[in-house]
Design a binder for this molecule. Structure first.
Ligand code: APR
Length: 312
């Protein structure tokens, strides 16, 4: 059996955490690719992860590198590379810096892993997924962005805390752009099969929705230096596993829309089926008028960010 291979571009907090999860769960061999200045730390992290194998009981290969040749044959390439916003940097500056990173990374992927599926995490993730889609020229089913699994996981966590029930018993769906305008679809929230509305009063649900919208900022505020990485890495793991194992998971993912939900030429979080081909289907739900209105508002916010891209 040929082994699967996942290349992770950017061996920072999220990239290295993801490498550990993939190795520990024996999903695939891992390559952690960094800029030349950070090659040594990437090699160090890869070796450190590998050295946990004899204890935790896994055997896969984990390597750090700055050479794109090493991503050759990757089934999936995850992009976590990029800069974080620094004091004094405008949002548009950040978008352009990270767009340049996407351009550089996409060149390497096109050359060495032209058949791969790409999963983008770098923020602003909806716009960066769009940039990678355009820059790569890959078919739309092979360029995905991660936001919805993470946003939904945060929502599920807050619901479970409010009800004191198992987190894994809460299911739901958060759609739209990765930001304050994300759209939790309340009708889809179930707790062990019971609709959330039967279990919690509306004001408590509203507070959970609000906290979910600001979930990323809550972690940034607590960490003091950097943004969330454990749950984002777990969310990417779930997407990669769905693809490599052809699981046909119905999960939210950022994908290029060509008329679905009434949107064209935009990458946005929607319910998808993930399998061996990447995004195998966009699942179109019958949204309420209010939900469709919220999704429209969210798409407009993503359009605005997207307008700062050079490559439109
Ligand atoms: N090629 C490869 N790696 C790069 C490049 C590049 N062109 N540019 C930057 N990097 C690397 C940096 O050297 C750094 O190690 O990307 C890594 C990013 O890691 P962190 O700064 O720790 O960021 P992290 O917390 O992992 O978040 C990564 O995901 O959730 C989003 O907003 C977050 O955009 C950010 C991304």
């Amino acid at each position: 059996m040929t082994k699967n291979k996942i290349a992770i571009i950017g061996a920072g907090h999220t990239g290295s955490t993801l490498a550990f999860i993939i190795a520990e769960r024996a999903l695939a061999d891992v390559v952690l690719l960094e800029i030349p200045d950070n090659e040594k730390p990437a090699r160090g992290k890869a070796l450190d992860i590998k050295e946990s194998g004899p204890i935790l009981g896994f055997n896969g290969s984990v390597v750090g590198t700055s050479n794109y040749e090493d991503i050759q044959g990757a089934d999936i390439v995850v992009i976590t590379a990029g800069a974080a916003r620094k004091p004094g940097m405008s949002r548009d500056d950040l978008i352009q810096i990270n767009e340049n990173v996407m351009a550089q990374v996409t060149e390497g992927i096109k050359k060495y892993a032209p058949e791969s599926k790409i999963i983008v995490l770098t923020n602003p993730v909806d716009a960066m997924t769009y940039a990678v889609y355009k820059l790569s020229g890959f078919p739309k089913e092979r360029v995905l962005g991660q936001s919805g699994i993470l946003d939904t996981a945060r929502y599920r966590t807050f619901v479970s805390e409010a009800l004191d029930v198992a987190q894994t018993d809460v299911t739901g769906l958060v759609l739209g752009g990765h930001g304050d305008t994300m759209v939790p679809i309340l009708s889809t929230t179930l707790v062990g099969g019971v609709p959330l509305k039967a279990l919690l009063p509306q004001d408590k649900i509203d507070a959970i929705v609000e906290r979910t919208r600001k979930g990323g900022a809550e972690i940034v505020g607590l960490l003091g230096n950097g943004s969330a990485y454990y749950a984002p890495a777990a969310a990417i793991y779930e997407m990669a596993a769905a693809i490599l194992r052809d699981e046909k998971r119905l999960v939210p993912a950022i994908t290029y829309l060509d008329g679905e939900y009434g949107f064209k030429d935009i990458c946005l979080g929607v319910p998808t089926i993930l399998g061996a081909n990447g995004v195998e289907k966009v699942v179109e739900l019958d949204l309420t008028e209010d939900e469709q209105h919220q999704l429209q508002h969210s798409a407009e916010a993503v359009e605005e960010v997207k307008s700062a891209l050079k490559k439109k």
